[in-house]
Design a protein around this ligand. Sequence first.
Ligand code: ATP
Ligand code: MG
Length: 303
Amino acid sequence: MPDTAPMLELRDVEVRFDLKRTNLFGAALQLRAVDGVSLSLQRGQTMAVVGESGSGKTTLALAIARLIPVTTGKIRMGDVDLLGLQGESLRTHRRHMQFIFQDPYSSLNPRLRAKDIVREPLDRLSIGSVKSRNNRVQELFEQVGLRQDQLRLFPHQFSGGQRQRIGIARAIASSPSLVICDEPVSALDVGVQAQILNLLRRLQKDLNLTYLFISHDLGVVQHMCDSIAVMYMGKIVEQADPNIPIPRRCCRPCRQRTQIVETGGVAQPSLVIRRTRSICRLAVALLHAVHLWSISAGRICPI
Ligand SMILES: Nc1ncnc2c1ncn2[C@@H]1O[C@H](COP(=O)(O)OP(=O)(O)OP(=O)(O)O)[C@@H](O)[C@H]1O
Ligand SMILES: [Mg+2]
């Protein structure tokens, strides 16, 4: 794979969910959670996906990881067509692409010891011999800052930050090239957030990882990312440089505006949705212009 080729490339990706009919003779409804998303992520880089709650960030991440079906579009990872993979080829390709979940409490199996949680992907993907897997788990514990005497503990015997370290160790166990992080620090307190973010950055440097980093927190995004994609109602409405701050109002929760409901396959966003969307875009453009003017006039320093 040439180095200049993007690590991840999406073209017009769409994910629809079937909704229940309101009555027996009612039209079939679909929710278009991801709506024609195209983006490209270079090897070794971090792209943030930000957007208000319900804008489709997690759905997009799950679609890329092939954990939910994609309705239409193309997803390529290097020279592999991800949507063309099925069965065994999909299973073996999973070692190259892993997921770090938001909630370090519910994402770990409470019945397994920490060493078995981290070992699980190695077992499932049959990576290395049994002995080498045990050694690898010990090495991973060291890499993520956990002690060897914690190998045999259960998840409830760890703090939130330590649990997220277990999640990270599990994610990097199969030596993936792409790691999708779905709000990996939002359930942690600020001090622990900084430790986990620094760990992620160190691992990225040491292991040449590529991150797709979902977050609500623009401070976190600026600390971590090389580029930002702003999602709104299932679409990427803007791609930006993290050094140009995005107005915080864009990430404000507003779930009721996120639903574009289709009837019989034809998109029918209501007038309210369309108007709100263009007002938001106009506001974003205006705030950017004011911010750039303030920087150039020396009134404020860029963060
Ligand atoms: N399995 C599903 N079936 C039906 N609708 C779904 C399903 N999963 C997600 N949705 C809907 O898709 C939309 C996008 O949800 P998603 O979880 O991707 O948002 P999000 O941007 O990750 O939000 P948050 O920031 O709160 O995590 C929401 O309106 C949600 O209700
Ligand atoms: Mg989400």
